[in-house]
Design a protein around this ligand. Structure first.
Ligand code: CA
Ligand code: CA
Ligand code: CA
Length: 238
C-alpha cells in the first residue's frame, strides 16, 4: 500500500501524534518545503495526508515532547535552521519556531543528553554535529558545534558504553566511517572517535560543502591504477 507525500521525501519517522495509541507517520519532503503527516487508522493503514510547513528544504525530523505537555512535538532540520513544531495533540501543529544553526542541517535526533528531563536535539551537519539543549518550554538553547562526522546524514542518540550518559553516533557519508561522540551526561561530549579506527580514506570533510560529481562512488578506475594492477599480476606469475 502506497501513500502519497510531497516531492523528495528524505526521511520518515513514527510517533503517536494524536494520542489515540496508533502510530502515525511524518515524512520530510525536501523539495516540497513541507511535511506530510499521515495519521494511523489502525491495522497499519493511514488516513488522508496532511501538509505542514516546517521551513525551507526539510531533510529530517525527530520527535519528542519539547514543552512537557504530554503531546508529541517535532524538531525538523531545514535550510540553516532547526524548526520546532509543537504538537496540538490532534495531529496538527503550532507554527514553527526556527533556531538558526551554522552550516547545513541534515540528520536529527531527539533525546535528553544532559539529564535534566528536558528533550534536547542533536543534528548532523556537513562538518560535524550540533547539540541544542532544550529549555523545556518548547524552545532550544543556542547550538554547540562539535567536530567530526564526515558529512554525516544519519545521527543516533544512544548510550553506547552503558555509563548512563547518552552518546552520539553519526554515519560519515564521504568518509566511510561511523563517528562516536561519548557523552559526559551533562550535555558535553568527548572528541569524536571514528570507526574503523584505521580508515584507509581521509577522515577530513570534503572541501566543498555540497555533493558534486567528484563524490561519485566508486571512483573511475584510472590508467595508473590499471597499470599497477597489471604489474602485480605479472609479478605474481614470476
Ligand atoms: Ca495516532
Ligand atoms: Ca509537546
Ligand atoms: Ca535535556
Amino acid at each position: 500500500m502506497d501513500y502519497p507525500t510531497g516531492n523528495h521525501p528524505e526521511s520518515v519517522l513514527s510517533a503517536d501524534l494524536n494520542g489515540d495509541g496508533r502510530p502515525d507517520l511524518v515524512t520530510a519532503d525536501r523539495f516540497q518545503y513541507e511535511l506530510s503527516v499521515l495519521l494511523g487508522t489502525g491495522g497499519g493503514a493511514f488516513g488522508p495526508v496532511a501538509k505542514v510547513y516546517p521551513g525551507p528544504e526539510p531533510t529530517s525530523a525527530a520527535t519528542a515532547d519539547f514543552n512537557g505537555d504530554g503531546r508529541a512535538d517535532l524538531a525538523v532540520t531545514t535550510q540553516g535552521e532547526v524548526s520546532v513544531l509543537l504538537g496540538n495533540g490532534d495531529g496538527t501543529f503550532a507554527p514553527r519556531v526556527g533556531h538558526p544553526v551554522s552550516g547545513g542541517a541534515e540528520g536529527s535526533a531527539a533525546g535528553d543528553v544532559n539529564g535534566d528531563g528536558r528533550a534536547d536535539v542533536v543534528i548532523s551537519r556537513p562538518e560535524g554535529v550540533t547539540v541544542l539543549l532544550g529549555n523545556g518550554d518548547g524552545t532550544l538553547a543556542a547550538g554547540t558545534d562539535l567536530p567530526g562526522g564526515g558529512y554525516s546524514r544519519g545521527v543516533l542518540l544512544v548510550d553506547l558504553d552503558g555509563d548512563g550518559a547518552t552518546d552520539i553516533a553519526t554515519a560519515g557519508f564521504f568518509t566511510g566511517t561511523v563517528s562516536v561522540h561519548k557523552g559526559a551526561g551533562d550535555g558535553t561530549f568527548a572528541a569524536p572517535a571514528a570507526y574503523p579506527r584505521a580508515p584507509t580514506r581521509s577522515t577530513s570533510p570534503p572541501a566543498t560543502s555540497t555533493p558534486t560529481a567528484s563524490s561519485t562512488w566508486p571512483p573511475p578506475t584510472t590508467a595508473a591504477a590499471r597499470s599497477r594492477s597489471c604489474a602485480g599480476r605479472r609479478t605474481a606469475r614470476r
